[in-house]
Ligand binder design. Structure first.
Ligand code: F3S
Length: 274
């Protein structure tokens, strides 16, 4: 008999839940297609489900000249927002308030003379969004960055892990006369990671459920694998192989912030039925 334990905080985070429910409600109310700039959330299965309800991802907003546009929870770029407003397109802003807080802190730092450093992944839409609202007058920190400044101000991508932020701060502390840090990692990211790592410590194997294109799921998986090498990152229950759990009795399940409850439930049922 396999015992299956889930982390307490699992399923959509506050920001994703808010974005998905708002856009679904609006699609039904308006009865016309809604376009999202890129996928509304980083979960391919959910994106397919939304398409069936008339919620379509588009890559290039500048091709749209009619319709309703939804801003994703991790934000859009400033030039995209300006285009939408200038064209007079209807829009639904579901940018997560915690992402807006990163943009606000970054702008505050720049206004006060700090060189703004964003700790995060430069390819992630949230980081692109924050940078664009700084008029690209900021630096996304990575190992190749070599600069010094009198005043450096740091913000972090909301889904960054605490260890990476601490590393960035340690490096920058040696390069600035004054260093100001806003830890803008969102509480949900932090709590999920802590719970998943704790659960990994008392489980014989871990399943991390979520999109492979989801930054927070990938980071969650990396954190868990450090304490429990027997860990698997899956998107759906169909990927589970019975041989992973042969002779094991306690399996932990954690999920990314954009993983729907129904996918988690299917994973749980599948493991219990092995
Ligand atoms: Fe918002 Fe945090 Fe979710 S920033 S979208 S509540 S992971």
């Amino acid at each position: 008999m396999i015992e299956v334990i889930k982390t307490k905080h699992i399923g959509f985070c506050f920001g994703v839940h808010r974005a998905v429910s708002t856009v679904m409600r609006e699609a039904e109310r308006r009865g016309e297609p809604i376009y999202t700039l890129g996928p509304l959330l980083h979960n391919p299965q959910m994106v397919e489900k939304l398409k069936a309800k008339g919620i379509e991802p588009v890559e290039d907003v500048f091709r749209l000249d009619k319709g309703v546009v939804a801003f994703r929870s991790h934000g859009i770029r400033r030039d995209e927002e300006e285009y939408i407003r200038a064209k007079g397109l209807a829009f639904i802003d579901t940018t997560c308030p915690f992402v807006k807080r990163v943009r606000k802190r970054a702008r505050y730092l720049r206004k006060n003379g700090y060189m703004v450093v964003i700790a995060g992944d430069r390819r992630h839409p949230e980081v692109k969004s924050v940078l664009s609202y700084l008029d690209n007058d900021g630096i996304v920190f990575d190992s190749l960055c070599s600069f010094e400044a009198k005043k450096i101000g740091v913000v972090s991508q909301t889904t960054l892990d605490q260890e990476t932020l601490s590393d960035v701060v340690r490096v920058l502390a040696a390069r600035a006369e004054e260093l100001r840090v806003y830890n803008t990692i969102c509480e949900s990211t932090h709590t999920r990671r802590r719970e998943a790592v704790e659960l990994a410590g008392v489980s014989e194997a871990m399943l991390i459920v979520g999109g492979r294109n989801s930054s927070n799921t990938t980071k969650l998986f990396e954190s868990v694998r450090r304490v429990q090498p027997c860990a698997y990152h899956i998107e759906t229950a169909d990927e589970i192989r019975p041989e992973w759990f042969a002779r094991l009795h306690r399996i932990g399940i954690a999920g990314g912030a954009s993983t729907p409850d129904e996918i988690i439930d299917r994973v749980e049922r599948r493991v219990k039925n092995l």
